[in-house]
Write a protein that binds this ligand. Structure first.
Ligand SMILES: [Fe+2]
Length: 284
């Protein structure tokens, strides 16, 4: 492959203080199924992949442990190794029980990033809970220097800019063409900070079932229903474990298939995140 681009966000690893508490949240509210449990980690899946989320026990600070992207083909790992070495970035090898050979390195913010080629396939979709997400869509992380981070994930890793919110947010897409697989956010707090992970559902009925589950259990939303102008997705947000990260539950997240797509620079208006908000001060 001439053009190097990660294929998709493969999985996200989180450090949590209490494995059982965290697993209960991710199975009860995020509709994932435990695929494997070890002494210090729990693997969770929503489709046939062995995992989308990995919970690791920590006695330290809970939060984001690792972002992992699946590459298009195994040979890409060597290509990325060469490219990263050319940038003076230290790369370590890893042999995952469920992801095969992988490489790991740090981004300019200090986030641990993994590239792997072979996610283990479970053969069948989960049998619990009663519905599951269709895809792990994206992760949104706080960055200290937006353009420096964009240079790394864009020029070096090959993710493509889909849109941006001026001086605040850059939406990057991977080879699977979803509008964004990774979002770099400035002004959301200092890294390390995972703002949210997004799970994509099949249709509005599944989304409403997930939402109703929160309502019936008396769990509040961080943000209730909204529609983003960038990806076109509709969804809601709820506090996750570990907090303060949230999970976005959504549908209708668009793909960019036009090779001539030109990223938009959204103004920092209140509609940059939700097009359903009413105008303000128009008659003041
Ligand atoms: Fe999102």
């Amino acid at each position: 492959m001439d053009t190097l681009i990660p294929h998709r966000l493969g999985y996200v690893a989180l450090d949590v203080a209490d494995l059982d508490e965290a697993a209960a949240w991710w199975t009860t509210y995020a509709m994932l199924e435990v695929s494997e449990r070890t002494d210090d980690a729990i693997y969770l899946r929503g489709g046939t992949d062995h995992h989308w989320i990995v919970l690791h026990h920590t006695d330290g600070t809970p939060g984001l442990r690792k972002l992992a992207f699946e590459v298009g083909e195994r040979a890409d790992l060597e290509r990325y190794r060469d490219r990263l070495a050319g940038e003076g970035i230290e790369v370590t090898d890893h042999d995952g029980a469920w992801t095969g050979k992988a490489i790991r390195f740090r981004d300019p913010n200090g986030y641990l990033v993994e590239l792997f080629a072979d996610m283990g396939n479970m053969g069948i979709t989960p049998t619990t809970p009663w519905i599951n997400p269709a895809d792990l869509l994206h992760a949104v992380v706080a960055v200290s220097d937006l353009e420096k981070s964009f240079d790394f994930y864009g020029r070096v890793l090959g993710l493509l800019e889909s849109d941006r919110v001026m001086e605040r947010t850059i939406f990057l897409r991977a080879g699977n063409q979803y509008h964004h697989s990774l979002v770099l956010g400035a002004g959301r707090g200092e890294p390390p900070l995972l703002d949210h992970i997004a799970l994509h559902f099949r249709d509005i009925d599944d989304l409403m079932r997930v939402r109703q589950n929160f309502i019936e259990r008396g769990e509040p939303f961080a943000r209730d229903l909204l529609r983003h102008p960038t990806s076109g997705s509709m969804g809601f947000y709820a506090k996750a474990v570990p907090s303060p990260s949230t999970v976005e539950f959504c549908i209708d997240h668009g793909k960019i298939t036009d090779p001539d797509h030109r990223p938009r620079a959204m103004a920092r208006a209140r509609w940059a995140s939700n097009v359903w908000l009413p105008p303000v001060n128009t008659h003041a």
